[in-house]
Design a binder for this molecule. Structure first.
Ligand SMILES: Cc1ncc(COP(=O)(O)O)c(C=O)c1O
Length: 486
């Protein structure tokens, strides 16, 4: 046996000796095993395990109907640089991404456990999910809530109470966000003061600094699409000015900055697990305070001020289980075990899912960098983005979206400048970058059933529309006509 054959045999032995390993590997679409530890191989070989989907009896592609391929590369004969290209080729030739196809079965099994033990509410899976989330992110505290909006509201409420902020005090925020971010400031009778965004579509520290006044108490930073932007500068600025920092991390499940999951740099971070987020449930979120007392307090606020949850009372020993105190009013904001069951399964796949999102983004980058009329929103240095979104800016955005819709491609817009909405019009015109970006941004499709071929189809259609416009409009950015310019 040559060293590579020996290594293959050793790998097969490894699979045999570890029941369940193969099954676990099969759920991973791509896996590289270094042969470094095998004495006969030295550092010369890597294994690549890749699960290819295949057609079932009805002609539907599924992971179950597919097969596992094992590849073994001899690095002594092929240069290491050649490896990523080969791996890329394999992924590109796969007709469908496998990931989501195994999820329904696993999620149903997790939900089934709730139904079988008869516990679907607060407690049980919500506790497991909070623990799993803390393990995954390294954050010290996590409380599972029924939406990020609820979590953001309580972030403002509890900080307001703890730091004795007054009605009418100000929080600096971004106009380029989902309205939840800004509504929660109003829920607590405080005032949103809008600062402008930078090239990452996140708050620009210089603009934030220029908006600080005597009544400023906090900054809410939104990690747009998973991007961390200049978050470190905002952290620094908040420290210098004694402001609280609330991280709206609705898009940031899995985002790391310099290797660390985001959330520890802010006083509180709030994640969204709403249906279309990169860690989807149906509706839920996680509010993660740095401060242990605030974490304890928020658990009462999400459950109407009641000091013991029903699950703990049911599972505690002794009489007076029904005996609880109500320490103040509160909200019905807590999460439930069905959502947590979905979250637990989504969390298991989050790393792979985000890696695939980044792969899709790289495919878009590859094609769209060809066209100077398309500006791609960069990812900040040091940031490993969840890639919840892939955003580009084009002139004539609305026309481009309508034309894409005709090709059955449905991009999104994240977001319109909030000061264009009637209720925030008092700040209209104060954030020119957000205003301009809000009129030009498009989020191209990013999801886990998108294949390489789909991304090419989107790019073909998108580039064709952008280029057609240039030819027809004769370079006039404001031309509305679809016909040739005269
Ligand atoms: C930036 C941002 N903040 C907050 C939210 C609110 O999240 P949820 O729907 O979980 O309340 C969203 C959801 O779309 C969001 O995109």
């Amino acid at each position: 046996m040559n060293p590579l054959e020996e290594m293959r045999a050793a790998f097969n032995d490894l699979l045999k000796a570890n029941p369940g390993l193969e099954e676990r590997l099969q759920k991973m679409p791509l896996r590289v095993f270094s042969g470094r530890n095998h004495p006969s191989a030295g550092a010369q070989a890597v294994f690549l395990c890749y699960r290819l989907p295949g057609p079932d009896a009805n002609g539907n592609w599924s992971l179950e109907a597919g097969s596992t391929k094992w590849f073994l590369y001899d690095l002594s004969r092929q240069s290491i640089e050649a490896e990523p290209q080969r791996i890329d080729q394999i992924i590109r030739s796969t007709p469908e991404t496998p990931r989501r196809l195994v999820l329904p079965r696993e999620t149903l099994a997790e939900i089934r456990q709730c139904l079988e033990i008869g516990w679907t509410g607060l407690g049980y899976k919500t506790v497991s999910f909070e623990e799993a989330w803390k393990n995954y992110t390294g954050l010290p505290h996590a409380h599972f809530v029924n939406s990020a909006t609820a979590g953001l509201h309580l972030a403002v409420r509890l900080l307001k109470e703890a730091r004795n902020w007054q009605d009418g005090d100000e929080i600096i925020t971004t106009p380029l966000t989902f309205v939840s971010t800004n509504h929660v400031i109003l829920y607590e009778r405080m005032r949103p003061v809008f600062a402008d965004v930078d090239e990452y579509l996140c708050l620009d520290p210089a603009s934030v600094e220029s908006r600080i006044g005597t009544r400023t108490r906090a900054v809410i930073f939104v990690g747009m699409g998973g991007n961390a932007g200049r978050l470190a500068d905002i952290v620094d600025l908040c420290r210098r000015h004694g402001l609280a920092l609330i991280l709206d991390a609705a898009h940031m499940a899995g985002t790391r900055v310099n290797g660390h999951h985001v959330g520890t740099e802010s006083d509180v971070a709030v994640f969204s697990f709403q249906a279309v987020k990169n860690l989807p449930t149906a509706d839920s979120g996680m509010v993660c305070f740095q401060d242990a007392d605030l974490d304890q307090a928020v658990r009462k606020w999400t459950w109407l001020g009641i000091d013991k949850d029903t699950f703990s009372r049911t599972h505690s020993k002794g009489s007076y289980k029904w005996h609880y105190d109500v320490v103040h009013d509160g909200f019905k904001y807590h999460g439930n075990s069905i959502m947590a069951a979905m979250g637990l399964v989504s969390l298991r796949y989050l790393e792979q899912d985000n890696a695939y999102r980044r792969q899709i983004a790289a495919w878009y980058d590859e094609r769209l960098s060809e066209e100077e009329r398309v500006s791609r929103v960069p990812v900040a240095p040091g940031c490993l983005s969840s890639r919840h979104l892939y955003q580009v800016l084009v002139d004539n955005r609305d026309e481009v979206i309508l034309a894409l819709n005709e090709s059955k491609i449905y991009p999104g817009v994240h977001y319109r400048d909030n000061t264009l909405y009637r209720m925030y019009r008092y700040a209209r015109g104060t954030c020119p970058n957000a205003m301009s970006a809000g009129g030009r941004i498009i989020s191209l499709p990013v999801h886990l059933r998108l294949s390489y071929a789909d991304v090419q189809r989107v790019c073909d259609a998108f580039l064709e529309i952008v280029r057609r416009r240039r030819t027809f409009a004769g370079g006039n950015d404001h031309a509305e006509s679809d016909g040739p310019a005269h």
